[in-house]
Every structure is written in C-alpha cells, then in structure tokens.
Design a binder for this molecule. Structure first.
Ligand SMILES: NC(=O)c1ccc[n+]([C@@H]2O[C@H](COP(=O)([O-])OP(=O)(O)OC[C@H]3O[C@@H](n4cnc5c(N)ncnc54)[C@H](O)[C@@H]3O)[C@@H](O)[C@H]2O)c1
Ligand SMILES: O=P(O)(O)OC[C@H](O)CO
Length: 682
C-alpha cells in the first residue's frame, strides 16, 4: 500500500494582495534601484561602485539571505540533478524561463520535477558525484564566515529543494533551520518505510511560488527583530525580495555564476566577486572609544592613526571618543579643545592628536552604529556607563576593554570583560600590557597582549591597535591577561611604599617577586583555566615592572610613605587629588576588592603581601610593614575608626585647601627610624 507524506505543514495565509504588502511599514525603507548602475548610454555596468548609502546598509546588515544559486557554481542544483538523470537540456530550458520571469515558478517547478522523476537513491548518488564543496562559488565560504564572525545571521533561500540545499547549508555552516526551500513529496513504501518515488512538491512552502522569497524574509523578520536584512541573488525571484514591503532592505545582485541583465540593471549593487563584498563589509568599521583619561587618549590616538591609514580597507576614517560632559581645561570646554586644537592639554599636553579623532559629550552619539567599542575608563565608573548603553549596542559589536580592575558582587568577583559581555551581550576581548600612557602617546616602543575568547574578533582588534612602535600579541586567555593588569596595581602600591621608605633595588625586587607570586596564585585559584605562561607576557611580568617603576600607583604610594616618615601624613585620596591632576588611582580600590574576596574565602594568610598592603592603605598598619608582610598579615589590627583616634600618623581628612604636591617625582627624604606604633600590641 502506498501513501504520500511530507515533513512540514507550514502554511502561508492570505491573498496575493496581502502577500504583496506583507508587513507594511517594515522592511525596505528607501528605493535605491539604479543608484549608480548605469553608464551614460544606459548600459548596466558590472561591479558599479555602490553609493555611500548602499555601502552603509551593507555594513550594517544583521541578516543576509543568499539565493542558493549564488553559493554554488552551477546555476541551479535542479539543473545539475537533471543532468545527472540524463534530462539536462529539457530542464535547463524550463529553469531559464522561471529565472527570466517568462514562466511562473510554480508551473516550472512542477514541470521540471515531472521530467527529472528521480528516486532518493538518485539524489544520494548525485550528491556523492557532486559534493557541495566541489561546487562552491569562489569566496562564498570566506564571506559567510566573515559575516558570521561579526554576528550576522545567514539564511539560504531557494526555489529549489531541501534535499539538495541542506548538504550545501551544512558545509557553509548555515543552520538547517535557516534554510527556506521547497520539499519534495515522496511516495512511501509502507513495507520498507522508505521513500520510493518522487510524486510532486509541497506547495505550501513560501518558496514554491512567485514572491516566495519576500515571504520567506517576512517570516524571518517576524521571528527576529533585524533592523536590516540583505538579499543576495542572481534571479528575478531574488530581486522580488526588495520589491515587496516587509521584504529585504537591500538587494545585491551577484553575477559571479550567472549574469542576468535585468538583475544587473535593477540591483542596488551588482558584484561578480565575493571578495568585493567581504572587503566592503569589513571595511569602514565604526570605532568608538569610551573614556577620556590619559590612557583612553593614548589608545584612541593609535586607533585613529590606524583608522586613517586603513580607511580604504577596514575601519571608518572618523573615530569617536566620549568626553565626560562638563570636562574643562582652564575654563575652556575639553570637547572644543580636542576637536579644534587636536590636543588633550590636560592629560597628554604637547602631543598632537589625529584630526580624525572626534570628541562628543553625548554617549549615545558615540556608540551609535559602533562596530568596535573600545572601553577605557577607571574601573569604578564602568558599571554606570555600561548601564547607560546597555541595549543600545548591536550584538555583533566587537568590544575590547582596556580597563584594569575588577568588581566584587555578593556572589563573587566579576572581571570587567565579563561585566561588558553581560551588560552589552557582545564579545569582549582585553588589551593589557606595560603601557604607561604618556610614553605610548610619545610613540616610544612598547607592546601589549590582546586576550581573547573569539579569535576572529581579536585579529580585527590587532589591526586596530598595532602600530610600528606598538607590538600586539594575541593570547587565548582573556581572564589571565585581565587579572594580571588588575593585580599589578596592588603590587605597585607595595613597590612605591618600599621606595618611599628609602629601600633600594634588592628590597623592591623582593616585593615584586612576592607580588607576582601572589598574583599568579590568586588568579589561578579564582579562575583555574588561566594559563601560567600568561604571567610571562607583556600583561604579566612586563606590566608589573613598568608600573612598579613608572606608574601612578607607585608614585602616590611612594609619596605616602615619605610623608609618613617625616611625620606629615596625607591620605591616599588627598595625594591622588594633589598628584594626579584628575587621573584615577586604581590600586587602592583594587586592594579593597581583592581583600573582600580573600576575607570571604578565608585566604588572607595565603596572601600575606596583598593582606598587608590592604591593612596599610586602611591605616591599620604603618607603611614599614610592607617589608615585613608575613608579620603584617598575622597581626591583630585595630578597626579604622579606632586607629584614627589612636595614631598620631593617621592621615587627616581630605584637606579643604589644596595641598601642594611635594613634586611629581618626590624628592628623596633622609631615612629615619619609623614610629613603632605597634609596640602596644606586644
Ligand atoms: N594611564 C595609564 O598609563 C594606563 C595604562 C594602561 C591601562 N590603564 C587603565 O585604563 C583605565 C582608564 O585609565 P585612564 O588613564 O584613561 O584614566 P585616568 O586615570 O586618566 O582617569 C581620568 C578619567 O576618569 C574619568 N572620570 C572621572 N570621574 C568620572 C566619573 N564620575 N564618571 C566617569 N568617568 C569619570 C575622566 O572623565 C577621565 O576620563 C584604568 O583602568 C587604567 O588602569 C591606564
Ligand atoms: O600608572 P598606573 O600605576 O595606573 O599604571 C599604568 C599602566 O597600567 C601601566 O601599564
């Protein structure tokens, strides 16, 4: 006994009139046909230059639908199957009629299937003889993988059949649920329970009829809130995708397999080589920088230099940077100074900024359309900023955090890159290394690592940051790199104290060694996947050396110790304000965050240097304990309030008058015996 089955029951409701206006108000909003597609005598040109509007839409595509015929070198798999079945010529004639619009698609399909009259076993042998990978159009795999790596969703839409389309989709990494195709209807043998003979096709599929492609796109849009959908095809039925409201926003004609004059004439953009599309897509990525401190500007400077030099290939010329509203320098708006004088006199005086770096005070304006988001603010402000932009950044945006710091929540620590991923729903790499801002801005040789989860994004980011004077290595350990950058700020406080107390190179090296060892132990205990070799990269030992010798944490801590030695104590907050001209110290706050983790987990004694530093910055130990950290971590300590009333050296509250910085590089103070304030505990 025989019966007919079909695997899917999708129904397209509505009259033809409805189908022509599926979702009024959505889909293509501008009519661009023929924007630049003709030369003077009306002949369509191949590969005409797209207008900026078309290019912009292509670069912002969130979903790209390919007609299957543009993915393989034979213009229709059905034709090839027909050839395989020995009826090639007859079928090819009907295919052309459907493609040039002279025959209705439905009838053409029906006729062609009748002629082909294959069995499942024929399809199997056809696929063995013509595996998809042997037929791919040149550049299709690379284009699809580039689009996917940027978060674009790929669909395959074909008036052909699933039996032939799915193997192609599989090889192109297109999920099967993203394939819209017709279904063959088989006669099933109830004894073998296997399909035995082709009897027709399922007419309820949108792709079975004219206007099927826009209907498929309308279904896609109904399920996904894409702002921009692009159709790439080579036939009249593909062109329909933009001729119906609710369909695609942009039609790109592809002539690399088959060139049809009507398609070529009416496409918004016509290409014969996928490499052009790939280059144009990757080209002109919009870069936005959030942050306006010394490092944010040093990094933005490199990024803008690269954007300018590579504007013909990858990044958009203009790089946007966010400057906090109200920021001023000597009574003048920082935005005006940066945009008119191309300098940041507050943080990088005397260093010219590229003219293509443009400052904005409106955060929304900065992130609008950003393909790459460089995040570089002091870590204490990052959460507030991410809250403001959450939901406004597309998920394909490539984020990179330059922030050194972490966050502690009730349920444990959170790296800034994790916070970014969670808040924005984007990938987030990190750039970490021995990178003192003003040295970098002066173009002194340096290096950094980009720690990544997504290698494709990291490669793009390397192109954005690497300069002849700045070498970037990629490492697959974002958490390790970030922990290095974060924790070295605590060790730099220790190094500054040691120096401020008047000790020499041996003592400082000993403290740095202990610091590095605690950095490694702490990072790996928290994140066991972190790699030990990461600590030997620029983000690890090199950044530790740079910060402990030339950084701001070291400078403020050194001043703190010196003032304590001479009996003129000042708080870390006061010294930060006096010495850093608006820049922010990260080590003190990071020490508090690290200590919260150590205390919660009962790890304090395993990390004696970290613990001692935290007690020193909380005025519970005097700075001399930095070189007696084992003892410092074990001592009973006074509560902060009690300490304030007990110790003569307890720093006074923030002064109302500005304090005069001793010097930017504090002068050496003669050594003398530190106060033995802890004798009371003996
Ligand atoms: N400066 C360096 O040499 C350097 C090098 C590598 C990494 N980093 C890291 O980069 C990050 C940013 O450092 P930076 O040097 O660019 O900044 P910074 O230390 O110069 O701090 C100044 C910045 O803080 C911002 N700011 C001040 N108050 C704010 C508030 N209430 N809300 C939001 N922003 C506020 C200012 O607008 C300005 O952008 C930090 O995590 C730092 O550790 C710095
Ligand atoms: O000046 P610091 O101490 O904040 O350190 C700056 C950078 O992190 C050095 O890589």
């Amino acid at each position: 006994m025989l019966s007919i089955r079909c695997g899917i029951q999708m129904k397209i409701a509505g009259s033809n009139a409805m189908k022509r206006n599926l979702y009024p108000g959505r889909g293509r909003s501008i009519v661009m046909n023929g924007l630049a597609g003709f030369n003077g005598n009306g002949t369509p040109q191949s590969n005409f230059r797209p207008s900026k509007q078309v290019l912009d839409m292509w670069q912002r595509a969130e979903a790209v639908c390919f007609d299957i015929d543009c993915t393989i070198t034979v213009n229709d798999s059905l034709d090839l199957l027909a050839e395989h079945m020995g009826v090639g010529e007859q079928v090819a004639e009907l295919t052309s009629k459907a493609m040039d619009g002279s025959m209705n698609l439905e009838s053409s399909l029906e006729e062609r299937l009748k002629i082909i009259n294959c069995k499942p076993v024929d399809i199997k042998s056809f696929l063995e003889k013509h595996p998809p990978e042997s037929r791919f159009a040149q550049g299709i795999q690379s284009l699809i993988s580039s689009l996917q790596s940027r978060g674009v969703t790929i669909y395959l839409i074909t008036g052909g059949f699933r039996e032939l389309a799915l193997p192609i989709a599989d090889k192109l990494n297109i999920p099967r649920e993203n394939v819209f195709a017709n279904r063959m209807l088989w006669q099933w043998d109830d004894e073998t329970l296997e399909p035995s003979r082709l009897v027709g096709f399922d007419m309820s599929e949108p792709t079975a009829r004219n206007q099927g492609k826009p209907q498929a796109i309308a279904q896609i849009r109904e399920k996904n809130s894409y702002n921009s959908v692009v159709m790439i095809g080579d036939g009249i039925t593909d062109l329909e995708a933009v001729q119906v409201s609710g369909g695609a926003d942009l039609f790109i004609g592809f002539g690399g397999v088959e060139k049809r004059p009507k398609v070529q004439a009416e496409a918004d953009w016509f290409v014969t080589d996928y490499a052009d599309l790939e280059a144009a897509f990757l080209q002109s990525m919009q870069v936005a920088v959030i942050g306006s401190g010394s490092f944010a500007f040093a990094a933005a400077r490199m990024v803008a230099q690269n954007a300018k030099e590579s504007s013909a290939s990858m990044f958009r010329d203009k790089v946007k940077i966010w400057v906090r509203p109200g920021s001023e320098f000597e009574g003048q708006s920082m935005i005006d100074i940066i945009n008119e004088k191309h300098e940041n006199p507050k943080y990088l005086p005397g260093i010219p900024l590229p003219e293509n770096l443009e400052a904005f005070s409106d955060l929304d304006q900065v992130i609008e359309g950003a393909d790459i988001l460089v995040i570089c603010t002091p870590h204490q402000y990052i959460r507030g900023i991410l809250k403001q932009i959450s939901g406004k950044v597309k998920s394909s945006t490539i984020a990179i955090s330059l922030v050194k710091g972490l966050r502690v929540r009730a349920d444990g620590p959170q790296l800034i890159s994790q916070l970014v991923r969670r808040s924005l729903g984007t990938d987030c790499s990190v750039l970490m290394g021995a990178n003192i801002a003003d040295e970098l801005a002066k173009e002194e040789f340096g290096e950094a690592v980009i720690g990544y989860d997504n290698i494709d994004n990291a490669r793009i980011l390397k192109k954005l940051f690497q300069r002849p004077y700045f070498r970037v290595n990629l490492i697959p350990d974002a958490a390790g790199a970030e922990m290095c950058g974060t924790l070295k700020n605590v060790v730099a406080i220790a190094a500054g104290l040691v120096e401020g107390l008047g000790y020499g190179a041996n003592s400082k090296a000993a403290i740095m060694r202990q610091g590095l060892s605690e950095m490694m132990k702490f990072s790996i205990r928290l994140y066991p996947g972190i790699r030990e070799e990461t600590f030997l990269e620029s983000c690890g030992v090199a950044d530790l050396v740079a910060t402990c010798y030339g950084g701001r944490n070291r400078m403020v801590a050194m001043e703190y110790a010196k003032r304590w030695l001479v009996g003129q104590p000042e708080s870390f907050d006061a010294l930060e304000a006096a010495l850093l001209n608006g820049q922010k110290l990260q080590g003190v706050m990071t020490s508090e965050e690290v200590q919260e983790i150590l205390a919660t987990r009962g790890w304090e004694r395993d990390f004696p240097l970290f613990t001692t530093i935290n007690r020193i910055i909380n005025y519970q130990l005097d700075p001399s304990f930095v070189v007696k950290y084992e003892e410092g971590a074990q001592r009973p300590v006074l509560a902060k309030q009690l300490a304030a009333n007990t110790y003569s050296w307890f720093p006074p509250p923030m002064p109302t008058e500005p304090i005069t910085p001793v010097t930017q590089e504090p002068v050496p103070v003669p050594r003398r015996a530190p106060f033995d304030i802890f004798s009371m505990f003996k």
